[in-house]
Design a protein around this ligand. Sequence first.
Ligand SMILES: *Cc1c(COP(=O)(O)O)cnc(C)c1O
Length: 434
Amino acid sequence: MTALTYDRTHIWHPYASLKDPPPVRLASAAEGVEIVLADGRRLIDAVSSWWCVAHGHNHPAIVEAVRRQSEKLCHVMFGGFTHAPAVELAEKLIAFVPAGLDRVFFADSGSIAVEVAAKMAVQAQTAIGHPERNRFLALKGGYHGDTSLCMALSDPDGMHTLFKGIMTRHFFAEKPACAFGTSWQPADADSLARMLDAHRGEIAAVICEPVFQAANAMNLYHPEYLRVMRRLCDETGTLLIFDEIAAGFYRTGPRWARDHAGVTPDIMTVGKALTGGHLTLAATLTSARVAETISNGTPSAFMHGPTYMANPLACAAACASLDLFASSDYTANVKRIESAFARRLMPLKALPNVVDVRILGAVAVVEVRRLPSQADISDVIDTHGVWLRPFCTFIYAMPPLISDERTIDRIAFAIMDLASRPPDTTPADSDFHE
Ligand SMILES: *Cc1c(COP(=O)(O)O)cnc(C)c1O
């Protein structure tokens, strides 16, 4: 039985059925911006393997850091032990994030980092005598992960409605509609202000993806929204959580998406590109003030501790990745990626099936009325040698930050071809989301 045949019968893939599953390709290696298939073909990874491969695949410095660490200490429980990679990573990460966020919790995935952020907010509110402030205010169109608390904080009309029965009900403000790069419309934050005012006594924290709502909406919104959000949180004693897991690490241009607004949250989550896409690791950062508040509560301990917390191999990968972020001028390269995408893709607005084209930093989104068929998508991938994974009504690229102009051109040509194909006419399937 070939690997692909066995895979089809026994292994679930993300958001995929085991009955007549969508095709998967057999990857055998990867290097730089390319994924190498078992038959020797190469595909440009225009998705950065779900947005994490920032420095390119199998970066020699990260591979070497993991190899060296693996010879000394692959894992040790973080309860009762610490180790050099964790301490070194904490120092590097704290120096890299906005000033004032200098307490860190290492989690094993982005979803867990968000769960940890939410628990920090609830423990801090409880510690100051507000255990009843145990709900969150999130944004429609947002996405914060797939575990049950994260689902409950993500777009309430999104892909998780099936699980309504097990999800706690939180509060949602309207999806920010004032687009990045347009003039600020103060009314855009009215719904946020109203919700926070009406339910302030129940809300521990506001959570959002700053500027770039990724997996659920591919929405780029006005940074002024975040300044209003910060002010409203301060006025109501509400904590502010920024989920930078998708948008952080130069994806939208500056180092953090919050840099567009110069606003610092009380709690921030990072993940995805933290290890440059080499091993799974995420982190939740907060201020000394929030950490002290939690420590003064009962219990004083922060109540979370995953088995693989601060795994040394993952920490070593993240240290090497942060060194690369510090030594590479990604801001300049992301600017080049942004203008190359803009030049090629903005004209697609004229196509009949195209609703909108949005570009910011190394994010390019072509929103269509309806995606082309799966057969057309596969054909474009094979013809152009460019890996795309459109979902919902979005054809998008979030390529590695090292991509040169030739790579961006090839990705843009593939997107142009795909956006020009006729929309699918067969009924939509469950595979509508990432
Ligand atoms: C991907 C993502 C998550 C979840 O991260 P996982 O590592 O997949 O658990 C959370 N928040 C945002 C904004 C994300 O893009």
